[in-house]
Design a protein around this ligand. Sequence first.
Ligand SMILES: Cc1cc2nc3c(=O)[nH]c(=O)nc-3n(C[C@H](O)[C@H](O)[C@H](O)COP(=O)(O)OP(=O)(O)OC[C@H]3O[C@@H](n4cnc5c(N)ncnc54)[C@H](O)[C@@H]3O)c2cc1C
Length: 298
Amino acid sequence: MKSTTWIGRHSRKFTCHGIVFAASSLGTMELLFRLKEKQSLPAISLQLGKHVRTNSESLIGARTPGYHEDLSLGIAIGSGVYIDEHTHIEAVRYPGGSDAMGLLTTILTNGRPGPNRIFLWLANILKSLLRHPLNTVRGLQPWGWAREFVILLCMQALDNQIEMRWQRPWFWPFRKFLVSWGDKVPTYIPRANEFAEKFAQLTGGFPMSMLPEILFDIPGTAHCIGGCVIADSSTNGVVDGRHRVFGYKNMYICDGSVVAANLGVNPSLTITALAERAMSFIPPADATAWDDAPAASS
Ligand SMILES: Cc1cc2nc3c(=O)[nH]c(=O)nc-3n(C[C@H](O)[C@H](O)[C@H](O)COP(=O)(O)OP(=O)(O)OC[C@H]3O[C@@H](n4cnc5c(N)ncnc54)[C@H](O)[C@@H]3O)c2cc1C
């Protein structure tokens, strides 16, 4: 889509036998919330937006100013380790040109979310500035970040979840957005922070945390999943085991929004496998009656 498409935008109508939503967890939730609100798809389950998961992730890492190798070169994820039965950590590199990501990383800070963690973070920065002034400044500024940084992507198969609602946030009441609601998911995983500290000791660098995790208790994740989860009925989810949307015929969802658990691994192969399985139930077009609906559309 061109960035100027919104200028002079006009709507067009298409007619089709069936439809597959595949706009990712956040995209499909937004589309379905909009369509439910417009009364275009009023029967979508009330479970829409529930059971949203972040793969129970925390992004930590280590920056080694002046490191002798260029860490931005090579495949993005080349190694990973399970540090316990639930916790998986992968070493991730970002390509050159990603230095703006450095604005999101800061000195590693432990502790429960809230003002205490923010004070601890400020104290950590002060301590580091007093001990290694030059290296601290080099480690906190974004230039050269991709060359010197290893992100440690921590993922857990433990269950925790949030709800997303379609509403006007208090800080921007002019339009609706997906807004998180209810219990928070952890932004501080002690064993992951210990791992980052050991890793940084070995490389001679600084262990780092994500700034939004410390300041706003918002977890960093590349793997938002759920929100239209698979379930046995519309009282528990949005689609059935064949990804058919409860309450409708010939309507499917095939993306990360149907995933109903924290996987503890990168999710795209699971999403692909689920989508392939869902499509395998649909016969060739000539043989299709086009009245395919979930059995339990309660
Ligand atoms: C930086 C980064 C690195 C990652 N690395 C890995 C990895 O190494 N391994 C791994 O397994 N996973 C990785 N992931 C996660 C993986 O990319 C996602 O989990 C996966 O792509 C989700 O698949 P999906 O089909 O749900 O959505 P997507 O792949 O995001 O596809 C959704 C599509 O819908 C389009 N769309 C959205 N809204 C609309 C709309 N309203 N109308 C029309 N189109 C719309 C989007 O443009 C997009 O093309 C990474 C994610 C990020 C952000």
